[in-house]
Write a new protein. Structure first.
Length: 330
């Protein structure tokens, strides 16, 4: 049973929204080509659903796949070497625009092109990463929607302690990406303030995930935080299974984890980011420059909780926590 109370934002950050009907009437003449570079595997069902939302929003704005636009898809499956190769290949194509998912993939693309317009989603800390000069005036060929800010680490740890107060050590399972490193300072500060020992597990494969979690088998005071990264997305079921096997309360960044049996997630509404990304793609195809479009971060976050998993872990969940959840899975 699922109880949903999700309310999607009508707009983001006060940005102007052009009338969809008016734009839909302005049918483009020439076929426009869009490369889509994403940091997960082609078999990932969640990513397919998000890209379907992206295409649907483009259709609403008058862009019909196969008629007015051609979409070419590329998948890195969390492989950084493949991301670099695909980025070079895509840049050489000189497409009309590139829609890209993830921090590492944006970095790879910008190594090869500073001319082709780029719209990104879920890219963390784009200013310090060098993707844009500022959020208000990107100042180059890239703009889009930022991912997590450093305060997210604090929120995950607070949730974990609220749900499982007996946890005194937290395993931070990450891929050593730029985005994950950005989360560390605030997370370390919060851990120290709560007298929690923060343990880092830097993983890049299924084998490394197994070794990192197996090393703490039988330990009863361990919790787990899994930030957003392509390795976690690719090996989602393995992470969930190991956490269940060893009784680790865990918080994830993506709702797919609790939907598949993980304990809970707190993160951005990714479907909404892809829809807003389609809005930016539409504007650029109609003449806007990336520098005209400020980098934005959606203010809507989803808290999803799996009550069945909590019961299996023997957790006594406060009612106030369930009341705050956008979705409770039982």
């Amino acid at each position: 049973m699922k109880i949903s109370r999700r309310n999607f934002m009508a707009g983001v950050g006060g940005a102007a929204v052009f009338p969809v009907a008016a734009r839909a009437q302005q049918q483009p003449v020439a076929m426009r080509r869009i490369s889509v570079l994403t940091n997960v595997a082609e078999s990932d069902g969640d990513e397919k659903a998000r890209l379907a939302a992206f295409r649907e929003e483009l259709r609403r704005r008058g862009w019909i796949e196969g008629t007015s636009i051609q979409l070419d898809y590329y998948w890195t499956a969390g492989n950084d070497d493949l991301a670099r190769k695909l980025a070079a290949d895509i840049a050489a194509l000189r497409q009309d625009i590139i829609f890209v998912v993830g921090t590492t993939t944006v970095a790879c693309l910008l190594e090869h092109t500073r001319e082709t317009p780029i719209v990104f989603v879920t890219a963390s800390d784009p200013v310090n990463a060098g993707f844009v000069k500022s959020l208000a005036r990107p100042g180059g060929n890239a703009t889009g929607f930022a991912g997590f800010e450093d305060a997210m680490g604090t929120k995950w740890l607070q949730l974990l302690k609220e749900i499982a107060p007996a946890v005194t050590r937290v395993l931070f399972v990450h891929s050593d990406s730029r985005a994950n490193q950005m989360l560390l300072p605030a997370l370390q500060h919060t851990a120290a303030a709560n007298r929690v020992e923060l343990l880092q597990a830097n993983v890049h494969s299924a084998l490394e995930i197994e070794r990192a979690l197996d090393a703490h088998a039988g330990e009863k005071d361990i919790g787990m935080i899994v930030p957003p990264n392509s390795i976690a997305a690719v090996h989602r079921k393995l992470l969930i299974a190991r956490a269940a096997q060893y009784g680790f309360p865990a918080v994830y960044a993506n709702r797919r984890f609790p939907a598949d049996g993980g304990l809970m997630s707190y993160g951005i509404d990714r479907v909404e980011q892809y829809r807003r990304g389609a809005d930016y793609v539409d504007r650029i195809l109609r003449g806007a420059k990336p520098d005209d479009l400020p980098v934005q971060q959606l203010e809507k976050f989803e808290f999803v909780f799996n009550l069945k998993t909590a019961k299996a872990l023997g957790l006594n969940v406060p009612r106030i926590v369930l009341a705050r959840a956008d979705e409770v899975i039982d």
